[in-house]
Design a protein around this ligand. Structure first.
Ligand SMILES: [Zn+2]
Length: 108
């Protein structure tokens, strides 16, 4: 039954990978309101603009904390890279410029 055991083992690994991807997708889906699917931070003070009341991306947004006018148009979006993992799945990876804390978005 070694063959069966091996298949079971592979399925377990694949299930784990799918669960991980599903978690990432759900995080991204929660952000796709009026933010073009992006995290926006103030260029001046670094405040999380997505959390500001009434925020809408697409043109410009004046930071409610410091008053700086931010470019929140499509021109300013960092596009995700498509990468293939070791199981041949394609997934999006977003490179955040400074913080690199994508795994823990609450930790600002
Ligand atoms: Zn600001």
């Amino acid at each position: 039954m070694a063959r069966g055991e091996k298949i079971f083992g592979v399925l377990t690994v694949v299930a784990g990978a799918i669960a991980g991807i599903a978690e990432i997708v759900s995080v991204l889906a929660n952000r796709r309101r009026t933010d073009l699917g992006c995290d926006w931070t103030c260029d001046n003070c670094g405040e999380d603009l997505n959390e500001q009341h009434g925020f809408s991306a697409g043109s410009t947004w004046t930071c409610r904390k410091c008053g700086y006018s931010n470019d929140v148009s499509e021109n300013n979006i960092i596009h995700p890279r498509l990468v293939e993992d070791e199981y041949g799945h394609t997934m999006e990876v977003i490179d955040y410029p400074a913080s690199g804390d994508y795994e823990d978005p609450e930790d600002y």
